[in-house]
Design a protein around this ligand. Structure first.
Ligand code: AMP
Length: 516
């Protein structure tokens, strides 16, 4: 099948050829003719399948007829995050190079004034996040009654982020006669309900899940020491030894880890940028841009920060942490081996990760090969709290299996309710308003996005290591030293001093009495 058989216009075919695409992907092949035939489409496809072009290319063809009117966009695309919205805009620029269309982006963090000016001029394509779009309609600066085509992209993520009520409101503001293209990676009941409500006799187009399309990816497991500095060392070795490494994404489970690993890699002179939810919008865009343009080789990211981003041509994915959710593994490694290219995905595994690895292997329906020996199963992790690492003979010692921090809390491994601490703690707080989850929306997107400050609300809420030595009174004891100080002095490892607070258990950061 070639693009020429799909019914696309000459201008679009020319742009597709310039993009270097020789054949449509399955979702493009199946969806494009129906979009051109004015049918509603229900596309079940993940990022990486070419689904953006599946709606952008036929939209461009259709938009060649007619023109935009002030404040009344002709087409509307809803995206769950600013990054995804910005990527779709880039697709319009890339594939619409032969068109003179007005494309506007309505996302948080950008002034209303500029967006308003653009709307007044009239837009052919409006790409928006739901909250910001409703802000504009409520202010009266935007009318959706001229929308001929509505795209709802990444609908299941919209659901995760609590945007479904907004989507329902928006669907009621656009004309009943519009054409609707609806994309989702999964079909939970709530999404099914929405499709039944807002799609009219849709053509269902489904492409295989990424979980079953990993044949082009060489996957491997690599034993890593339990401690982060050991893991970092293993990672550096893997990067240096990686064959054909062009660029790589390194995934961490927590944003704190992203920041630590990023600093460490910088110190070791790697060409690296980071992407996590605590960075402001412009830093994230700048980092992503550098990575996309191949100005840097490595991108360290958390799942939430990286999900859905269009980063073509990644040769390697490294999982610095085994993801807690098997689905995340599939998303992560789906960053490589795209569109038939080959890729490598290596996962660093500790003795505590055996269950997570088993869950991944079950999901993808295959075992992943070990590069070298696997680590011994860490039964301590399953059997109860582990004793903390002792940093020196003067550290207070507690009974075996009853490791506690200075205030009687379980120190590591599991919390009081028996949940592994890791799991409870910080899967990254979603960014870009993603923590909205099930909260009422009014308190969420609107005010924050308007002020362009929603990231602030998403700052890492994980407790910082308590450093009682800084509290008034505590540090006045005779002859006390902080274990932090002791550890700093003793640490012989190259990267311990700068980030020691991140890997030292909290109770070790408190002062202890030293006998004279
Ligand atoms: P998407 O699923 O829309 O995020 O697209 C994933 C990647 O596939 C993007 O980098 C596109 O540039 C690329 N892509 C889209 N369509 C094609 C195609 N027909 N041939 C090769 N690459 C494509």
């Amino acid at each position: 099948m070639s693009f020429a058989n799909l019914g696309l216009s000459e201008k679009v075919l020319d742009a597709v050829a310039s993009a270097g695409y020789t054949a449509p992907t399955p979702i493009q092949e199946q969806a494009i003719p129906h979009v051109l035939a004015h049918r509603d489409v229900l596309g079940i496809a993940q990022t990486g399948t070419g689904k953006t072009a599946a709606f952008v290319l036929p939209m461009l063809t259709k938009l060649e007829q007619g023109r935009a009117r002030a404040r009344m966009p002709r087409t509307l695309i809803l995206e769950p995050t600013r990054e995804l919205a910005a990527q779709v805009e880039e697709s319009f620029i890339k594939y619409g190079k032969n068109h003179k269309l007005n494309v506007a982006l309505l996302i948080g963090g950008v002034s209303f004034g500029n967006q308003d000016t653009k709307l007044t001029r009239g837009v052919d394509v409006l790409i928006a996040t739901p909250g910001r779009l409703l802000d504009h309609t409520e202010r009266g600066g935007l009318l959706l009654t001229g929308v001929e085509l509505l795209v709802i992209d990444e609908a299941d993520r919209m659901l995760d982020m609590g945007f479904i009520p907004d989507i329902e409101r928006i669907c009621k503001l656009v004309p009943f006669t519009r054409q609707t293209l609806f994309f989702t990676a999964t079909m939970p009941p709530e999404i099914r309900r929405i499709t039944e409500q807002f799609l009219h006799n849709p053509m269902k187009v489904e492409v295989t899940r990424a979980a079953s399309t990993v044949d082009t990816i060489t996957q491997g497991l690599v034993k890593a020491g339990r401690e982060p500095h050991d893991k970092r060392e293993v990672l550096r070795r893997l990067i240096r030894q990686a064959e054909g490494l062009k660029n790589a994404i390194i995934f961490c489970n927590r944003k704190r880890e992203v920041a630590t690993l990023y600093r460490s890699l910088l110190r070791h002179k790697f060409s690296v940028v980071a992407l996590h939810g605590d960075m402001d919008q412009s830093s994230r865009m700048a980092a992503l841009d550098q990575f996309r343009k191949n100005e840097v080789t490595l991108l360290v990211a958390s799942d939430v920060a990286a999900r859905g981003l269009d980063i073509p041509d990644v040769s390697h994915v490294f999982n610095f942490d085994v993801p807690h959710h098997a689905d995340d593994y599939v998303h992560r490694i789906g960053r490589t081996g795209r569109a038939g290219r080959s890729g490598t995905a290596l996962t660093l595994v500790t003795g505590a990760d055996s269950k997570a690895v088993a869950a991944i292997e079950k999901l993808i329906g295959r075992t992943i090969e070990w590069h070298g020996n696997p680590p011994a199963d860490d039964l301590a992790e399953d059997d109860g709290p582990r004793e903390p690492v002792r940093m020196g003979s003067r550290m207070p010692r507690r009974g075996r299996g009853q490791a506690q921090d200075g205030e009687g809390r379980p120190a590591r491994g599991r919390s009081r309710d028996g949940q592994p601490r890791d799991r409870q703690e910080s899967r990254e707080a979603p960014e870009l308003g993603q923590e909205r989850g099930n909260q009422p929306r009014a308190a969420q997107d609107r005010g924050n996005q308007e002020r362009g400050t929603q990231e602030r609300g998403n700052r890492d809420k994980a407790p910082r290591p308590a450093d009682d030595s800084r509290r008034p009174g505590r540090g006045k004891r005779d002859a006390t030293v902080t274990p932090l100080e002791t550890a700093r002095r003793r640490a012989s490892r190259d990267e311990a001093p700068d980030d020691i607070e991140n890997w030292l258990p909290a109770f070790l950061l408190r002062p202890v009495r030293v006998k004279a």
